[in-house]
Every structure is written in structure tokens, then in C-alpha cells.
Design a protein around this ligand. Structure first.
Ligand code: AMP
Length: 221
């Protein structure tokens, strides 16, 4: 099913987790600007050098850089299957630039879905999370520990990674950036008639169920 979706919501709200599930279920491609920027930082590229300190401070990387990355990425052949944007757009300028890119390709956003989670739940969610260094499976110190401590359930990997910006000091910055710069794009998609809302405090599988209903046109929220 070729769909073009946007997952919106605060850091730690479950966008990445849910994007991975939709990717598997519908054969869509997850396009995470956070993942792309972390890869750029790890590779030491020019973009990575510019982005590193900004990301560690919990602020937003410049619109020009992120828009350029997405513009390149959606030209790749696999994006023709349809995609789920995770972490982009994050500013009104990015939303407008995305609109132009899609219009130029004869595409449109089918749904921009806000996964809503109150700030009070975010710090615990973010500071406890970690991923398998081999396959990327996500875990949490309190909510989702591996079945065998120190071993990934999915691939048996024994190396786990915590993001440099997943600490209590940076989380507040990231939440502030979300409310100041990203939340204002919600009305942009509301005006287009494609904004949907999902309660992100529900268990992961229930959130996935609601998202799938929206993607399959079974629910209007
Ligand atoms: P995320 O993995 O989506 O939480 O993103 C991690 C960090 O990457 C953010 O705190 C920003 O510093 C940066 N970042 C990711 N996506 C964007 C974007 N669309 N615009 C600006 N900065 C971004």
C-alpha cells in the first residue's frame, strides 16, 4: 500500500517504535531524520560535524540541513513504495518545504498523525530507553527489559546503545523545542484535513492498532 504518512509527537512519544511496526506491516520505508543525523555524526561527515553539538544540546538542527537530507532521501528508489516520516517535519518551514517537494512529485500526505503523550511521562520514557547495537530493537529499563538480561530478544546481540541526548538534562530542552517549534505545525495539517490524533499513553500494541485503523481508513479521529 503506497502511503505517505507523518508521525508527529514529542520526543519519546513512540514515533520511532511505531514507524518500525508500520514499516513491517505495510512495506513502507521509515524515514527518520534523527537516525540519518546520528549516522552523519557517526561517519564524521560535514553535516555530522555541524549537527553534533546542536543535537547533544537538545536543539534543532537547521532547516536547510534537514530539508536537504529529506529531499535527497525521498528521491531514492525505495521511497517509491511510500514512506513514514518520523521526526520530520519539526518546524513550519520544514512542513512547507515538504509540501513543495511532494507537490513537485505529484504526491500528498495521506495522514499526519499526532501521537499525544503528556510531558510528565516523557522523562522516564526517554532516560530509560536503549537499543540493541546489532539489530536496533528497542528496550526500556522499566517497561521492556530483554527476556534474558544483557541479551537481545530479537537477534541475541549483547551490545546495547543509549543515545547521547537521552539524559534528563537534554530531555527538557527537547520538549521545549517540541512545544515552541514543532507543535505549531499541527494546525498546518489540520487545515489540510489530514491531521489525526492517537493517545500515545496506551500500551504499544494498542497504539499500533489505532495507527493501523487510520492508515487503512477505518477510523476518523
Ligand atoms: P530524534 O531522533 O527524532 O529524537 O532526533 C534527535 C535530534 O536530531 C533532535 O533533538 C534534533 O537535534 C535533531 N533532529 C532530528 N530531526 C530533526 C528535524 N526534522 N529538524 C531539526 N532537527 C532534527
Amino acid at each position: 500500500m503506497s502511503k505517505h504518512l507523518i508521525l508527529l509527537g514529542p520526543p519519546g512519544g513512540g514515533k520511532g517504535t511505531q514507524a518500525k511496526k508500520l514499516q513491517e506491516d505495510y512495506g513502507l520505508v521509515q524515514l527518520s531524520t534523527g537516525d540519518m543525523l546520528r549516522a552523519a555524526v557517526a561517519s564524521g561527515s560535514e553535516i555530522g560535524k555541524k549537527a553534533k553539538a546542536v543535537m547533544e544540546a537538545g536543539q534543532l538542527v537547521s532547516d536547510d540541513i534537514v530539508i536537504g537530507i529529506i529531499d535527497e532521501r525521498i528521491k531514492q528508489p525505495d521511497a517509491k513504495k511510500g514512506f513514514i516520516l518520523d521526526g520530520f517535519p519539526r518546524t513550519v518551514a520544514q512542513a512547507e518545504a515538504l509540501d513543495k517537494m511532494l507537490t513537485a512529485r505529484g504526491l500528498k500526505i495521506d495522514a499526519a498523525i499526532e501521537i499525544r503523550v503528556p510531558d510528565s511521562m516523557i522523562v522516564e520514557r526517554i532516560t530509560g530507553r536503549f537499543t540493541c547495537g546489532k539489530c536496533g530493537a528497542g528496550y526500556h529499563d522499566s517497561f521492556q527489559r530483554p527476556k534474558v538480561d544483557g541479551t537481545c530478544d530479537s537477534c541475541g546481540g549483547r551490545e546495547f546503545i543509549r543515545r547521547a541526548d537521552d539524559n534528563a538534562a537534554t530531555v527538557q530542552q527537547r520538549l521545549d523545542a517540541y512545544h515552541a517549534q514543532t507543535a505549531p505545525i499541527l494546525p498546518f495539517y489540520e487545515k489540510k484535513g489530514c491531521l489525526r490524533l492517537v493517545d500515545g499513553t496506551l500500551p504499544i500494541d494498542q497504539v499500533t492498532g489505532h495507527l493501523k485503523n487510520i492508515v487503512e481508513g477505518k477510523a476518523v479521529s
